[in-house]
Design a protein around this ligand. Sequence first.
Ligand code: HPA
Length: 267
Amino acid sequence: MPSPSRPKLPPGLKPAPGSIALILGSGFGDIERQCKAAARVDYADIAGWPRPSGLPGHKCRLTQGRLWGRKVLVFRGRYHAYEGFAPRQLALIPQLAHALGATTVIVTNAAGGIRPGLNAGSLMAITDHVNAMGINPLVGLQRLPGAARFAPMAGAYDPTLVSALVKAGKSAGETVAMGVYAAVLGPSFETAAEVRALKAMGADAVGMSTVPEVIVARALGLRVCGLSLITNRAGSSDDSHEGTLKQGTDNAGRVANVLRELFGLLA
Ligand code: HPA
């Protein structure tokens, strides 16, 4: 049974209590360039971290520094279960964020819209999630220091942060809808029947990431906020990774504007 101890801090990175950890999803990597970096490390150079699979659009490195006036840890890229990483490896990012003093985690992702009106280009504040991945990153992490073994997930997405995200959208001239994000394992996209099933489960959008990180972040007591960019209608014939990435890069500036406003609202 793997039982990771407290993560070793990568050389050059220092604990910075009260930091915001920002996990950047597909196509949003460039937001990291706006960071005033104090330290930078490739995921592949962090002890115990696996080499990312190198999908286009997933250049993976961590930057510690300041962004929009706040202390940050910007995680550019993430580990996906569909790449073959073990559930406990999906815990590495939130574990390190916690060890480096983050108190808030902001997760971003690309997602397929299920609810009518959530179309390519829509923004959605995540109010809750459905874990339809069939895995849980806490499995095998019973002895994760500081983590609850049976972590409650009610209210996982801080309601104050959800409201702040919607307000940040208004300040940035954007409409930020609210909705439930369902995570599936992937890497295949959903059939029409699966989209109907997810809808019946209460999902408004679907993606292949985020939920494992949120589960670990909540188990460690971090405040969580999530923003999805809708890149396609889920279950449509034009679903593609390339299309998702293009939507991500085309809309990264809008996502950045909303996040900048959000940072201004965070206490
Ligand atoms: N399904 C799953 N993941 C996704 C989608 C989708 O339609 N779009 C972007 N990520």
